[in-house]
Design a protein around this ligand. Structure first.
Ligand SMILES: [Mn+2]
Length: 252
């Protein structure tokens, strides 16, 4: 059986004098573990060309990383906002638009949920500590797989159905969050301080889920939630793969 192809966005950064394409291996291992075949998508100069790639994959993961350029949502940079990666922003915004056009299953993680919201017209909290005084510590000194705060899910959400839970604990490695939610998304998970931790699409055609935590770091965890989320993506990818295969090879 051919595994579904899962496109994963990546960054590029200068390391030891060489510009390198980089993605934490936790993402590719988690996708493989769930039965998918990872395809790494670097920041590209010509975002319009990504349609050629999206025509050949079965799902998309928008991964974690840098802060999204606040100019993308019409804000001036906060003092604590990180340097933007212009080509990565453009690449991922094109991936979201192309995935939506094709109804390709999409999972957005950490920076990914923020990028997804911006790509669909929403805005971000640029720095939780300074803009949401009294919020929990969403970026504590802790191992990447440590479950450090609670999340409460909407009972009637796809996320609750997929995870098989309406409350859980998650890891948390972020200093930004969704502020104004894009119209085509619904908030279905929040931390006890109100910080948005999960969204999903309101369009029945397009399976899109975003989480602010890092499920890819939790596949070996005793709790089944995060494996279930990745499995749900790969299941949807498999369904989309057989649908596109039947489009390519119409029955005579
Ligand atoms: Mn958090």
């Amino acid at each position: 059986v051919t595994p579904p192809l899962i496109a994963l966005s990546a960054t590029s950064e200068l390391v030891r004098q060489a510009l390198r394409v980089r993605l934490n291996a936790a993402y590719t291992r988690a996708i493989e573990h769930a039965g998918g075949l990872p395809v790494i998508v670097p920041p590209v100069a010509d975002a319009a060309s990504l349609g050629a790639l999206l025509d050949r994959v079965d799902a998309v993961v928008i991964t974690g990383g840098e802060d999204v350029d606040p100019a993308r949502y019409g804000h001036t940079p906060h003092a604590r906002a990180g340097a933007p990666h212009i080509a990565r922003d453009a690449t991922e915004i094109a991936l979201v638009a192309g995935a939506r056009e094709r109804s390709l299953p999409t999972l957005a993680i950490c920076r990914g949920i923020q990028l997804l919201n911006v790509a669909l017209g929403g805005t971000l909290v640029q720095d939780i500590v300074s803009e949401r005084p009294g919020a929990l510590d969403h970026d504590p000194e802790a191992p990447r797989s440590a479950r450090v705060h609670d999340v409460v899910l909407e009972h009637d959400s796809a996320l609750a159905r997929i995870l098989g839970a309406t409350s859980l604990r998650v890891n948390s490695i972020h200093h930004q969050a969704i502020d104004r939610v894009a119209e085509s998304l619904r908030v279905t998970a929040r931390a006890p301080d109100g910080i948005i931790e999960g969204v999903e699409g309101s369009d029945a055609e397009w399976w899109v889920v975003g989480v602010q935590w890092h499920p890819e770091e939790l596949i070996a965890d005793p709790e089944p939630w995060d494996r279930a989320l990745l499995a749900a993506l790969v299941d949807r990818a498999r369904a989309s793969s057989s649908a596109s295969a039947s489009r390519r090879e119409p029955v005579a």
